[in-house]
Design a binder for this molecule. Structure first.
Ligand code: TNX
Length: 490
């Protein structure tokens, strides 16, 4: 009789190859980690996440000259004597540690395995909207941890919107003193047009965000900040009315979800203002990309403005819509002069993508292709697959959501074109006022996003489900408030 097959350990996202061998290696507090100085972060992570602090060298992290592993790939070998992890760069060793964390599954017993692994796409992220609801700073740390656990390497922090400004700007303190607070919020679904009188607000200081960025960096997570302009700016206009199109008018920070018609004016002073904000922002966030928004900009105020008409004529633009592209190119130029690249929403495809900017395609699958066809770098977040703020199911027990539904299967089924930079799962927070609700919507669908971004193009839904059910106990141990997956549909 042949021996029973060895159980295949559950790693999410699926590694390129994983072979199980008989036997185990037991991690104990006495297990020691050895690593070169350049991999000190990965070694620190291993000690922290695997709970080992001995002085031996049973867990050996090495940097090797193996270009095929790329910037993030790694090899892992667990034998009964210890663990060897190899990578061409420190990032790969960090991901090897996350794989070990999953293999140990909280029990400190590593099955003997050989793993070869590297990501399909270099950009694997999640947008977290902290503008609609100011999520507590400790939750941002936890979210970074959960991204890293799934080998997601980018946190897109949506820091400003009509309903709140969360980034401390020293030159313009009213942005947070006034713009950080609102007098109420939508009550029920925004379509019903009701609001409450429960104040909400908050912001993050530059020091707090610097610490978060450092923490994320040690885990291999880059933080891309977003200042959304020239629409989604009512909180800024409420703080400094001269930024708006009717300086005589006082606007409140917006309560209701949905798109505000009140956008920035097109003066040089308004552009300089946002450039000043970007200067302070790039001081805090070292990542190459800065997202400058550009989505959902109603042009009514500009059409009614003599100043805007003059700007359109002076710049030789085709109409008010092109002022969105004009705004983006001014901001992108400012960033480029400081060695940074702009990221913009896909609305700019019709309104003028600034040179060198990356396009974030959100308005459906055809927008991903349109961005690629136009020759841009594209990050794919098509809403029918990757908008995790949509309810997962249709049931009456589902918490209120902007739209429904986006089942786990549909996230997992997304097959991005080979030529995108990568993918992001988006957590807009209108209907996610608490960290618990964010986690409910994010997990386990974000694990599927991670798999779409990291693993090969082939899809094996039963295999994903099997690995996922072995992965969920780890999320349980971490106290993640995830939504238990519905039974597979087919
Ligand atoms: C559209 S996606 C928006 C956000 C909303 C989101 C809700 C994008 C660039 N803009 O302002 O929060 O829909 O799903």
């Amino acid at each position: 009789m042949s021996p029973a097959p060895l159980p295949t350990p559950a790693v999410v996202p699926r590694p390129e190859s994983l072979t199980v061998r008989p036997g185990h290696f037991a991690l104990t507090p006495e297990t020691g980690v050895r690593a070169p100085a350049e991999a000190a972060d990965a070694a620190g992570l291993a000690r922290e996440l695997l709970g080992v602090s001995g002085s031996g060298d049973q867990l050996r992290l090495r940097l090797v000259d193996e270009p095929a592993l790329g910037a993030e790939g790694y090899r892992l070998k667990v034998t009964e004597d210890g663990v060897e992890a190899h990578a061409a760069a420190p990032a790969g060793l960090r991901w090897a540690v996350q794989t070990l964390r999953q293999l140990a599954a909280g029990e400190g017993r590593l099955p003997c395995v050989e793993v070869l692994d590297r990501p399909r796409f270099g950009w694997r992220g999640s947008l977290l909207d902290v503008a609609r609801w100011c999520h507590p700073l400790p939750f941002l740390y936890r979210y970074v941890d959960l991204l890293a656990l799934h080998k997601l390497n980018t946190l897109h922090l949506h820091l400003t919107d009509d309903q709140g400004w969360r980034f401390e700007v020293r030159k313009y303190p009213l942005l947070t003193e006034v713009g950080g607070f609102r007098a109420g919020s939508s009550l029920g679904h925004a379509d019903q047009g009701r609001t409450d009188d429960v104040p909400h607000g908050g912001f993050y200081t530059q020091e707090e965000l610097r610490d978060l960025v450092r923490y994320a960096g040690r885990r291999g997570v880059r933080v891309m900040p977003e200042i959304d302009a020239p629409g989604h700016m009512q909180a800024a206009v409420a703080s400094y009315p001269w930024l708006g199109n009717r300086p005589d008018r006082r606007l409140p920070v917006r309560r209701a979800w949905g798109v505000s018609r009140h956008v920035l004016n097109v003066s040089d002073a308004a552009v300089d203002f946002v450039c000043d904000v970007l200067d302070e922002l790039t001081d805090v966030f070292p990542f190459e990309y800065v997202h400058i928004g550009g989505d959902e900009v109603p042009t009514d105020e500009w059409e009614a403005s003599a100043d805007a008409r003059r700007r359109i004529a002076a710049e030789g633009l085709g109409g008010a819509g092109e002022l969105v592209g004009w705004w983006a190119s001014r901001l992108a130029g400012h960033l480029a002069a400081r060695g940074r690249r702009a990221a913009v929403w896909d609305e700019l495809l019709e309104r003028g993508v600034p040179a060198g900017a990356a396009v974030f395609a959100w308005q459906g699958l055809p927008r991903v292709d349109a961005g690629l066809r136009a020759g841009h770098d594209v990050v794919a977040a098509p809403y029918e697959h990757l908008y995790l703020d949509w309810a997962e199911g249709e049931g009456p027990e589902e918490p209120l959501a902007i739209l429904s539904s986006l089942p786990l299967e549909r996230v997992y089924a997304y097959r991005p074109p080979e030529t995108v930079l990568g993918v992001q799962g988006h957590l807009w927070s209108e209907y996610l006022p608490t960290p618990e609700l964010v986690e409910w919507r994010a997990f386990p669908r974000l694990a599927a996003v991670a798999e779409v971004g990291w693993s090969g193009a082939e899809r094996d839904h039963p295999d994903f489900r099997r690995r996922l059910s072995a992965h969920l106990p780890l999320l349980d141990r971490l106290g993640v408030h995830y939504r238990p997956p519905d039974p597979p549909t087919a």
